[in-house]
Design a protein around this ligand. Sequence first.
Ligand code: SF4
Length: 345
Amino acid sequence: MAELVLEVKGLQTHYKLDQGIVKSVEHVDLDVYRGKTLCIVGESGSGKSVTARSILGLVDAPGRIVGGEILLHSDKEGGETVDLVGLESHGKQIRQIRGKDIAMIFQEPMTSLSPVHTVGNQIEEAVLLHTNVSKREARELAIVALRQVGIPRPETRLDTYPFQLSGGMRQRCMIAMALVCKPRVLIADEPTTALDVTTQAQILRVIRNLQTTFDMGVVFITHDLGIVAEIADDVAIMYLGYVVERGTVREIFHDPKHPYTKALLRSIPRLGATGVDQLESIRGMVPNPFNRPTACPFHTRCDSFMPGKCNTTMPPITRFGNNREVRCLLYGDEGSDSTDLGVEA
Ligand code: SF4
């Protein structure tokens, strides 16, 4: 059994606005294991990125974590487990954990890399912040990191600015900066969405190779089920702030249970499909966050909707063995363990 490195339990992140409260993340549970990839999947507005930012304490005001725990387990025997929710978002402890234990890469590196500093400066700064090495050693570590992510001639590339590099190269530099301190968890928020498919494949290969080298737990956020099939060990499907289904990648693709997961899988383009086989789409739109459906959040779009039930009762989590969970009223009677979390309908 792989070592559990990060555990999210009942996480709730809300935004208090003049128009009302947006419940971006509601009662989310996730487990991240060393050497394994957890893919978080969902449409825009499902709460994937807010979940990731909550883990690192990077939720912008007026957002706030209002419930739950984010437990970072120690890698030393008998070491202390830290609840990241209890840490001050600009405090010393969370700043030490960010980059050193948990690192993050974003969709668009230009928004994360400083345009006025060379990539070398930025990678060296990450090293100097988290380790006790000299400037010269930090430069050498930056060169090693750039080489590891496949940048040719890293000794000279170190002195270039982000705008002098292509999108793929910039994303590689971002990965080098994230991984230079060998974190135990890497959170990748749609890191390949802005890239062409060839560069996307190269970046995925880089992340996978480095994951094996450093035995990292990876949380990969995406809406692309093709990527999920390629890289995931475990999958969490999110809809309107809730994790509606969790399981291994095999379970999700071969035995999907939640109507939303089934609809997502039906909407993947297939090789060899003819004009007669029309690509299915999920009907309707993700509801307005200020006007959430009552009870099951998916009931306004669900083909299995049961009137008088799905719109009045919030589905509890139904468990089918280890880490296999579904939040849907179609389940819960046979061979499963149903838990009511006391979530309001
Ligand atoms: Fe569909 Fe009802 Fe299940 Fe919600 S609880 S996903 S509406 S069947």
